[in-house]
Ligand binder design. Structure first.
Ligand code: BMP
Length: 206
């Protein structure tokens, strides 16, 4: 599709189904987590995944439990049609089948200094655990460059674009593979127009 945009569907003005229809062909994936699950319930999430199978669906509940619990949750998400799930790397979890696993290596918000202080260790952990991808905040481009160097094979997913300050395309330029964008699209009166602008800026940056 030649798009590097993943939609974070947390908060929204327009109905989720409508946004997802409007963004077909513009966003490659959709990331959902607690905000939408608390609103539409697990059944509601499953219905959206079923209704829009062409998106790459990421379950973002930042799992951080014991291996037996995490494995159980991951396999449920896989059954429901999710393509990927986000976990915390510090747990050392390494059992996953049937779903892509993305580990949190760096976060976008300024208060995440404990995560930031352990960034190198988390990257080593991501390498050892052979996760498919890592999250590194778009607001920290030097961390993206470092992650790209150390983990040339992993896909880098960068949130923090728009509302949190990074400009569309900046994380890609630093070496990320995908930018995760939420409120600057989902809280717009015109989500498709907002997404088109993001995609255009991303294309210009490459
Ligand atoms: P927004 O573009 O509305 O700020 O949304 C960013 C999304 O990325 C949210 O779903 C948030 O949970 C997620 N995220 C983040 O912002 N920073 C991180 O470090 C990790 C995240 O998963």
């Amino acid at each position: 599709m030649n798009s590097r945009l993943i939609l974070a569907l947390d908060f929204h003005k327009v109905e989720p189904g409508e946004i997802l229809s409007e963004l077909e062909g513009l966003a490659v994936g959709v990331k959902v987590g607690f905000p939408l699950a608390l609103e539409v319930g697990w059944g509601g999430l499953r219905s959206l995944v079923r209704e829009f199978p062409d998106y790459y669906w990421i379950a973002d509940f930042k799992l951080a439990d014991i291996p037996d619990v995490t494995s159980h949750v991951l396999s449920k998400f896989a059954d429901w049609g999710f393509d990927a799930a986000i976990i915390h790397l510090f747990t050392g979890h390494r059992r996953y089948e049937g779903i892509d696993v993305i580990g949190v290596a760096g976060m976008s918000h300024p208060e995440s200094h404990i995560v930031r202080g352990n960034f190198t260790k988390l990257l080593d952990q991501a390498y050892l655990l052979k996760v498919m991808g890592i999250v590194v905040g778009a607001t920290r481009q030097e961390m993206i460059r470092e992650a790209r160097k150390r983990l040339p094979e992993a896909l880098i997913f960068s949130p923090g674009v728009g509302f949190q300050g990074a400009k569309p395309g900046e994380a890609l330029k630093a070496g990320a593979d995908f930018e995760i964008v939420g409120r600057s699209i989902t809280l717009s009166e015109d989500p498709r127009g907002a997404a088109e602008q993001v995609v255009e800026m991303e294309r210009e940056s490459l």
